[in-house]
Design a protein around this ligand. Structure first.
Ligand code: CTP
Length: 449
């Protein structure tokens, strides 16, 4: 009996897939089809797959061509499978010509002719119109965004807005954008969605105007500096059926989701304490150091450090205390936020003028989770127990600088194809704005003294 194996994502199942499976089947007597998991696809940089793994398996099954379907979830698996299933022929479409020649050491490798003019990528973009995105602000964060945006399909940055013509024009040229606008209303006319990367104090206003004009909004944090403003933005967005998302990169990173879910699964017992710390010594010329009103450690890092706390304990804290070490002019160099909940306590620490270990420690009744700096990217974390010899290490997949996950979620929400509305909820964003409001009011009072 000649055994044949082939692999694929098989997203938005199409005629090209059927033809390939038919040809593969004809190569032998028994066909095994490997279907990729979501995580594996994500790790390979395919982050916009529409159908779930189960749906994709079901579509392959329905053809009746596969004698057996298996799941592909890690690199190196093909060699394992070929040996395990005693495979005679490995086959894939001709778009992979040459890529799997290393398997010739284990079996025959055949590249089958690919069906022209059809692909999952093409179907995804036919189904979902490409989102025409405009970027507000052309500074440091905007440049980071541009470096990552090419990895996310389904959106295209076409326009930049900056009231300062020179830097706006320079940005447009550097990234070869179609347009630059000096006027915000004109800018909004040209796009479907905006990414707001302006200075903190303008976020709310730009977001509000965009939502009112029916544009989707991805806004760098902090989205709003008061609870009422955050609520207002969500209400307006709901009325106009547009997406509003706060840009907290960590929330969308796959490793962070895994860490949170491991913590929630009870592996460390009852969670009793969370300590999240993020410090980075800022250059004295940087906005976070020069802007006494909207710079400082809290506004720079508080939402990142609050994120794991709100995720794990919820938004219903019993007490909150915020203490800062301020520079003479009142700018906070280091801020500690202590939160008390019924089930446990938490501390969020942020610094731009004090340096310390930037770690996330989640302590439970059976053990603790430790994610070392940069835990906000969550490339690695550990569980430790009373027995020092027992350590479990997790190394989730992580691509680029992480921003692509946030963008991909934004596009998915716009297309209503997302399955991840829970990654950062409206309630969590509103709670962050509420805590920001408390911080700013405290500071106001202290300054008034
Ligand atoms: N395939 C094919 N002809 C096509 C499209 C795909 O023969 N027109 C083959 C691929 O070469 C591969 C298998 O079908 O062997 C599964 O491919 P997959 O990557 O799932 O499909 P694509 O449509 O190529 O997906 P994408 O656009 O996301 O890369």
């Amino acid at each position: 009996m000649v055994k044949v194996i082939t692999y694929g994502t098989f997203d938005l199942f199409h005629q090209g897939h059927i033809n390939l499976l038919e040809r593969a089947k004809q190569l032998g007597d028994y066909l095994i089809v490997g279907v990729t998991t979501e995580h594996f696809d994500e790790a390979r940089g395919k982050i916009n797959v529409v159908d779930s793994c189960l749906e994709r398996v079901e579509n392959v099954r329905k053809t009746g061509l596969a004698d057996e379907i298996i799941i592909e979830d890690h690199d190196g698996q093909k060699i394992e499978d070929i040996q395990k299933y005693k495979i005679d022929i490995f086959t894939l479409g001709s778009d992979w010509e040459g890529s799997f020649d290393y398997l010739k050491a284990f079996c025959k490798v055949v590249y089958l002719e690919r069906t022209p003019n059809i692909s999952s990528t093409g179907l995804r973009s036919d189904r979902y119109q490409i989102v025409r995105l405009g970027i507000v602000g052309t500074g440091r964060i905007a440049r980071r965004f541009m470096a990552e945006e090419k990895y996310v399909s389904g959106m295209n940055t076409i326009c930049a807005y900056n009231p300062e013509r020179e830097s706006g024009e320079e940005f447009r040229e550097r990234y070869n954008l179609e347009l630059y606008c000096e006027d915000y209303d004109e800018f909004l006319q040209a796009v479907d969605a905006v990414y707001i990367a302006s200075p903190n104090e303008n976020h709310y206003d730009y977001a509000r105007r965009a939502i009112v004009s029916g544009k989707h909004v991805l806004c760098e944090n902090p989205l709003a500096l008061t609870r009422q403003r955050a609520e207002e933005l969500f209400t307006l967005a709901e009325e106009r059926d547009v997406v509003v998302l706060e840009g907290i990169k960590t929330a969308y990173c796959p490793g962070f989701q895994q860490l949170i879910n491991v913590a929630r699964s009870g592996q460390i017992g009852e969670i009793r304490d969370i300590e999240a710390c993020f410090t980075s010594l800022a250059n004295h010329q940087m906005r976070e150091m020069t802007d006494v009103e909207y710079g400082g450690a809290f506004l720079e890092y508080a939402v990142d450090t609050l994120l794991p706390i709100l995720k794990l304990y919820g938004t219903d804290y019993r007490d909150i205390q915020i203490h800062s070490i301020n520079r003479e002019d009142g700018l906070d160099l280091y801020t500690k936020i202590d939160l008390i909940y019924d089930q446990g306590m938490a501390t969020a620490k942020c610094g731009i003028g004090v340096k310390t270990e930037g770690q996330l420690v989640i302590s439970g009744s059976q053990g603790y989770i430790l994610a070392e700096s940069p835990w906000w990217l969550t490339r690695k974390f550990k569980i430790r127990y009373e027995d020092p010899n027992r350590v479990e290490t997790f190394e989730p997949k992580f691509q680029g600088d992480g921003l692509r996950y946030e963008m991909s979620e934004f596009v998915a929400q716009i297309n209503k194809s997302n399955k991840n509305g829970y990654l950062l909820t409206r309630g969590e964003i509103i709670a962050m704005s509420e805590i920001t409001e408390i911080f700013m009011k405290n500071r106001q009072r202290q300054r008034g003294r």
